[in-house]
Design a protein around this ligand. Structure first.
Ligand SMILES: [Zn+2]
Length: 456
């Protein structure tokens, strides 16, 4: 499958350059990283380089002539760093296909790009229509072409245009009530989504249950632990027998999903997230849910989100008890992280010192013990099913709002949702900062080592 992914901020930049309001065609070049996973080849937009209107030889409502040597320094950069190039132009008159002129100019352009790079990797050409929709085609080394099957925008709204004629494998009858709420388009989208859930415990298990019953097509589940008696107070689907047999949490989730029996596909890893196979499978997802307590888990999820342009929902619950049956406070937070925007780091959900402590603890527990000065890594906290489920439901409603906008206010105004259960308040926050560290990783895709991390 040929896919293209772009962050919300790059998409907005592209849209405003291609549609400046003069009704004339315009061009921009997207520089992209790559993700290759099985048969999927995904181009990940790192940067948009607009071709200035005044360097174009001619701009009309149905034609644009631009100096192709403008692209030479970009091809050089692509050759140096094994990047891909997408030519993006607009059809202001809503012409929903490549024109004869497009065929000619694409043929010339991609012949020269392939001659220069000669790396057997595809590049692409896309058209944006006045309603913002993108469609496109891939050009391979032998100059054969194929449709871009999926184009995704990972912004405040999550948009996925699907140009692949695939059949849903979710049982139709089980979706009637979802259809009544969201209509055919969103129901089909849910069937077509691949969602990764990291952490299958307190907030993870109700999240998985809801995603399954909403008709999400494929779930990737990651958790290294097995069921313990202390988990029976909150993990959906877990039993005493599972605790006795030390069943893996991911296996219990898989069993529950299979017994629901509406066709959901599962890919499970009884593993920590710091694992090459896990990272590659999560990178191939459309959306990620972080249901973890660990700092390192959050950091890696944010890395995957940035490198591979996957929107991320991060769930957190803080339950402060005095240990004598009294409760000081209960708070929950859902962070929505879109690539090339703010991050869990810039929102101070975790700090670098504790990240360091956790990675030392994972790699070398003895070293961790010797360094008493290290910040404390995760410890066990109180956990209650109703609180976890409420936060999970909040995250799922955030997902639904972003694939099927239903709120009075724009999604950009609720990047963070805070729920104070003990003081009875909940509110949404807009996040306007961009993270200097994570923005530099936008769309890097496959690198050696993966995610630029020596642990992988
Ligand atoms: Zn055209």
């Amino acid at each position: 499958m040929n896919r293209i992914k772009i962050s919300g901020s790059h998409y907005e930049q592209l849209k405003s350059h291609l549609f400046p309001g003069d009704g004339l065609e315009a061009v921009a070049i997207a520089i992209c990283g790559r993700s290759i996973h099985g048969n999927n080849h995904t181009l990940l937009v790192q940067d948009i380089v607009p071709v200035p209107y005044d360097v174009c030889f001619e701009r009309r409502g149905d034609i644009v002539h631009w100096p192709t040597d403008f692209i030479n320094p970009l091809i050089e950069k692509a050759a140096d760093q094994s990047l891909a190039i997408i030519k993006m132009h607009c059809h202001p008159v809503h012409f929903e296909q490549f024109s004869v002129l497009d065929d000619e100019s694409d043929h010339t352009l991609f012949t020269s790009i392939h001659a220069w790079l000669d790396d057997d990797m595809p590049h692409a050409s896309c058209i944006m229509l006045p309603d913002g929709r993108l469609f496109g085609r891939f050009f391979f080394n032998d100059m054969s072409t194929d449709v871009a099957h999926e184009i995704t925008v990972a912004g405040s709204d999550i948009i996925k245009w699907n140009y692949d004629i695939g059949n849903s494998f979710i049982e139709h009858g089980a979706q009637t009530r979802n259809l009544q709420a969201f209509g055919k388009g969103t129901t089909a989208l849910l069937n077509n989504l691949k969602i990764g859930v990291v952490g299958c415990s307190g907030t993870g298990s109700p999240t998985i249950e809801m995603l399954t019953r909403l008709g999400v097509g494929t779930l990737v589940l990651v958790d290294p632990d097995h069921i313990d008696t202390v988990n029976l107070n909150r993990i959906t689907g877990s039993t005493k027998q599972d605790a006795v047999q030390k069943m893996a949490k991911v296996q219990v989730m898989q069993r529950t999903i299979d017994s629901i029996g509406i066709g959901t596909r599962t890919i499970v890893f009884q593993s920590n997230i710091v694992n090459v196979d896990v990272v590659k499978e999560l990178a191939d997802c459309d959306i990620l849910f972080g249901c973890v307590d660990s700092i390192e888990g959050r950091h890696f999820l944010n890395l995957i989100s940035s490198y591979y342009l996957v929107p991320l929902f991060d769930l957190g619950v803080r339950f402060d008890a005095d240990g004598k049956g009294g409760i000081d406070s209960i708070n929950g937070t859902v962070h929505y992280v879109q690539p090339h925007g703010s991050s869990l780091l810039s929102r101070e959900v975790y700090d670098p010192e504790r990240l360091r402590a956790e990675s030392i603890l994972r790699v070398d527990p003895e070293e961790y013990e010797r360094n008493g000065y290290l910040a404390k890594a995760g410890e066990s906290n109180p956990a209650v099913i109703s609180v976890n489920t409420q936060i999970a439901a909040t995250a799922i409603n955030e997902l639904l709002a972003r694939i099927h906008p239903y709120r009075n206010d724009p999604n950009s105004e609720s990047e963070t949702v805070r729920i104070g259960i003990s003081n009875g308040v909940s509110y949404m926050e807009e996040t306007t900062d961009t993270c200097g560290y994570f923005c530099k990783q936008t769309g890097k895709g496959d690198t050696v080592p993966l995610l630029g991390s020596i642990s992988l």
